[in-house]
Design a protein around this ligand. Structure first.
Ligand SMILES: NC(=O)c1ccc[n+]([C@@H]2O[C@H](COP(=O)([O-])OP(=O)(O)OC[C@H]3O[C@@H](n4cnc5c(N)ncnc54)[C@H](O)[C@@H]3O)[C@@H](O)[C@H]2O)c1
Length: 422
């Protein structure tokens, strides 16, 4: 299948539902709380479900996790949170653990929305169950770790029903400073774009150890180090920056060359600790991307676009600005203490992503309660495939085109029987 067809099959299904009001397919009452079931009670899942509870009408009513200890920790946290918000504790009938927990959660009638925050290898399997059960879904990135999962996700995109809303966790697109500068770029502030540079340098993730655990359990708890479980650092973490680039350039890369390796990491796993990728976008626009993930340093991530009429700087932390004949800098109009900001010209926030989750969640819940519904699966797949393109170029040490990637149809195996955790 050609690259356009590959994505359009999913995108067509996605576009088809945009005009349908939720009431057409659901008896959902716009004024009642959206009942959220969290699948994967780890760091990100807990943070996002907590943020949903504070920022929107969503209420956490169900939890599911592979491991009983993580489920129990989640229960303690959300019972306390619900109490602080005047809501009931989680019903014991809506607590699930084990390898079938995702199916039990999907089958729960008291749940409207499933938030998928499990390791990336499981996202598409979990998405399929949630979509088939007619739930709204908030699925963390990446949508798939290999080409065969990406194809599967596009089939699922076509099964999303009218009024059913599915978001993918690219919250950076909702960060107010980023949304503002992208609007400027779309309006032509940079003129013809010549090239892009970007980086993602991040500290290593910490080892999680549990007494008496098997090698498979160790792998699952330390999934960030494992290529099959995570997709590697390009697909799992660097994906946010590649997504911003795709969004701004309104395209995915057509080819990539790359290098990288595992030069300093000595712990278990097979993920690389650095990548250098040259992505070619339509119009011969090149994105020179580099990433590292090791050590104890801070986060340094962002991109710069260079155009005939100026350049744009878009970092996670630091001034978001356009330089050139018509300079522009992000101003935080919500600040009540002008001048105190660390980065914004007159703002108070310390990080450009501070409101990204909140604003993403509010838009998503509005798509459920008042429509139009979202279906972001195809867009999520497009960005995941873009990262897989860079990964394949790095692993094979040759130029890989988008069509090569799709024709290759790479498939990673989990290499363990999940029933051992029943
Ligand atoms: N959007 C962002 O900025 C962002 C940031 C961090 C993480 N993430 C994504 O969020 C997801 C979760 O990351 P995390 O940091 O919370 O990981 P984590 O390890 O802290 O949590 C994962 C949880 O999933 C559970 N789990 C593992 N396999 C499962 C299965 N088969 N069924 C049910 N539960 C299972 C684990 O027991 C654990 O509680 C990942 O996809 C990651 O890429 C996104």
């Amino acid at each position: 299948m050609k690259r356009r067809e590959f994505l359009q099959n999913g995108a067509a299904a996605a576009c088809g539902i945009l005009l349908v009001k939720p009431a057409t397919a659901f008896t959902y009452q716009a004024n009642s709380a959206v009942r959220l079931g969290l699948l994967g009670c780890g760091n990100r899942g807990t943070a996002v479900a907590t943020s949903f509870s504070h920022s929107t009408s969503a209420r956490v009513v169900a939890l599911a996790d592979l491991f009983p200890d993580n489920l129990e920790r989640g229960r303690g946290h959300f019972d306390q949170l619900n109490a602080s918000l005047g809501h009931a504790p989680i019903d014991a009938k809506l607590l699930f653990h084990g390898p079938q927990a995702y199916e039990q959660l999907a089958a729960s009638t008291g749940v409207d929305l499933i938030q998928i925050s499990t390791p990336p290898f499981f996202h598409v399997q979990h998405l399929e169950a949630a979509v088939a059960a007619g739930k709204h879904v908030y699925c963390e990135k990446p949508v798939g770790i290999d080409v065969s999962q990406a194809r599967h996700a596009l089939e699922i995109a076509g099964r999303v029903k009218p009024g059913q809303s599915v978001d993918v966790g690219f919250q950076c697109r909702s960060a107010p400073p980023f949304a503002s500068i992208v609007e400027k770029i779309n309006a032509g502030a940079l003129g013809k774009i010549a090239s892009v540079t970007a980086n993602y340098n991040a500290p290593a993730s910490l080892e999680k150890l549990r007494a008496g655990e098997s090698p498979d359990e160790y792998r699952l708890r330390n999934w960030l180090w494992d290529r099959a479980l995570s997709g590697d650092i390009l697909v799992e973490q660097n994906i946010h920056i590649i997504d911003l680039c795709n969004w701004i350039l309104k395209a995915h890369p057509v080819s990539a060359t790359a290098t990288g390796g595992r030069n300093v990491l000595t712990h278990a796993g097979d993920c690389w600790d650095n990548y250098q990728v040259d992505f070619t976008y339509p119009g011969d626009i090149h994105l020179s991307f580099s990433s590292t993930q090791f050590g104890e340093g801070g986060f340094d991530a962002g991109l710069k676009l260079f155009g005939a009429g100026g350049s744009a700087t878009i970092p996670y932390s630091g001034p978001v600005a356009i330089t050139g004949p018509q300079p522009w800098a992000w101003q935080d109009s919500t600040s009540t203490t002008p001048g105190s900001g660390k980065f914004a010209a007159n703002g108070s926030f310390a990080d450009n992503l501070e409101f990204a989750d909140r604003d993403k969640e509010r838009t998503f819940i509005a798509s459920i309660t008042s429509g139009p519904a979202h279906n972001q699966i195809a867009a999520g797949v497009e960005t995941a495939l873009s990262c897989m393109l860079g990964r394949m170029a790095g692993l094979t040490r040759r130029e890989v085109t988008w069509d090569d990637l799709l024709a290759h149809g790479e498939t990673y195996k989990l290499g363990m029987d999940m029933n051992q955790f029943a």
